[in-house]
Design a protein around this ligand. Structure first.
Ligand code: ASP
Ligand code: MG
Length: 421
């Protein structure tokens, strides 16, 4: 059995969905678990709807939701033609779930409503793709992943109840595979024991694919993307990128950790632990070789890998009484950051001051400043970039730093990290 994951861009238009169906059709030598994201920018649109709802702007929420319904119905019509009505009927059942929510005044947390509403994107997209695959005669079973993937109720970043999910996965997938060749289900979403829908964090569909691959001992996972392969940098940020045909799990997890938006960072661990290779392939041209990500002891020569993280803030925290930044102050400062749920991307400390580079999340930052300023003097520098280069060379640094000012730098043999302007 193999696992395929298709992201939102791969089914953004009906034309692309037909491409996806062709890819699935051509890979029927094996049983397939197909994980699909919400189509196009649906997740972002749903986020807007839930924000409007929670802010009390029901008119806006309703208008936006009607546009989303129309968009999905039109897509269904174009994709399925004469056979659209059954699928649209099923879509309507999902729409009703949201309409019920929008009709009530919110009494629970924003994150709770976020997950109830935003999870809809994947339910709609998988319904459409499954209907099309059935229409062209493939042996397909659609599963509601909420019957399988069980989590705690940490809304928007739910933690999987592993053993329970594994049991459900075996039961549901094994049973479906008795009669079908292809199982299609939703990425990114799950369900609590109390039957509330949750999400696993933005871009979490990659993670879902890895989780099921692990539990079902898949031969491989393939993530179908709109790029020809994994690249050494984001082509939207750097004009000259280089393809990476082969890369280790370790290297990818480092890239993701530094902020490269290649693959959801949680994806690697479940694959690494069962030694399941991960392929990145291009859905626009499946004949391209793509990238293999796996465990290998072979030495791979990598090009410099560039990761540019935007919207960074540099905080300088200085003791008020000239006490040193050693264990006591360090652990105190760390705890204050952690208590405000702020992740530190880079640190450097001197005698009486501590410098941290963090993402700019203004709400969290306000809270952090309030607690820090009780004990320390805090200065900040905004609108910065955190620029990381793995496997750096002097040439690449010279080239990339031409028009930038470096505020802080940290270097090991493999990696250089700089906070730049
Ligand atoms: N649809 C979700 C998102 O856009 C999950 C995913 O695409 O993986 O974040
Ligand atoms: Mg997506």
């Amino acid at each position: 059995m193999k696992v395929f994951k298709f992201g939102g861009a791969s089914i953004e238009t009906v034309e692309r969905a037909l491409h996806v169906a062709q890819i699935i059709e051509q890979h029927q030598d094996e049983k397939l678990v197909v994980i699909v994201s919400a189509k196009g920018k649906t997740t972002n649109a749903l986020e807007e709807i839930v924000r409007a709802y929670f802010n009390g702007d029901i008119n806006l929420a309703t208008t936006l939701f009607q546009a989303l319904e129309k968009n999905h119905n039109d897509y269904a019509q174009e994709l399925l033609g004469d056979e659209a009505s059954a699928a649209i009927q099923k879509l309507k059942e999902f729409y009703t779930e949201i309409e019920w929510i929008l009709a009530e005044t919110p009494v629970r947390s924003f994150n709770y409503y976020y997950d109830q509403v935003v999870s809809m994107g994947e339910l709609l997209s998988t319904t459409l793709i499954a209907a099309y695959l059935q229409k062209i005669g493939l042996s397909v079973k659609w599963l509601d992943v909420r019957d399988i993937l069980k989590t705690d109720h940490n809304y928007r970043d739910a933690n999987i109840h592993w053993e329970e999910t594994e049991q459900h996965a075996h039961r549901h997938f094994d049973e479906a595979f008795l009669q079908h060749e292809i199982i299609i289900t939703q990425g990114y979403i799950g369900c609590t024991d109390e039957n509330h829908t949750v999400t696993l964090g933005r871009e979490g569909s990659d993670y879902t694919a890895a989780v099921f691959a692990n539990m079902l001992n898949a031969k491989s996972v393939t993530i179908w993307k709109d790029v020809p392969s994994l690249l050494n940098a984001d082509p939207k940020q750097f004009p000259n990128t280089i393809a990476i045909p082969e890369i280790t799990f370790h290297e990818v997890i480092e890239m993701a950790f530094y902020g490269a938006q290649v693959i959801h960072p949680k994806t690697i661990k479940p694959l690494f632990s069962k030694d399941i290779p991960l392929y990145v392939k291009c859905f626009l041209d499946p004949t391209l070789p793509g990238t293999i990500i796996h465990n290998t002891t072979k030495a791979i020569a990598y090009p410099p890998i560039l990761v540019l993280k935007r919207k960074q803030i540099l905080l300088q925290v200085t003791t008020k009484d000239y006490s040193f930044i050693t264990e006591n102050n360090l652990s105190n400062i760390y705890n204050l950051f952690a208590s405000c749920k702020i992740k530190i991307n880079l640190i450097q400390n001197a005698a009486i001051s501590f410098v941290a580079c963090i993402d700019s999340d203004l709400e969290l930052l306000e809270e952090l400043l309030t607690v820090l300023q009780k004990e320390y003097v805090v200065k900040r520098n905004e609108d910065l970039f955190l620029f990381t280069v793995r496997h750096y060379t002097e040439d690449i640094l010279q080239e990339e730093l031409k028009n930038r000012t470096v505020l802080l730098e940290q270097k090991t043999r493999q990696t250089i990290q700089m906070v730049v302007r």
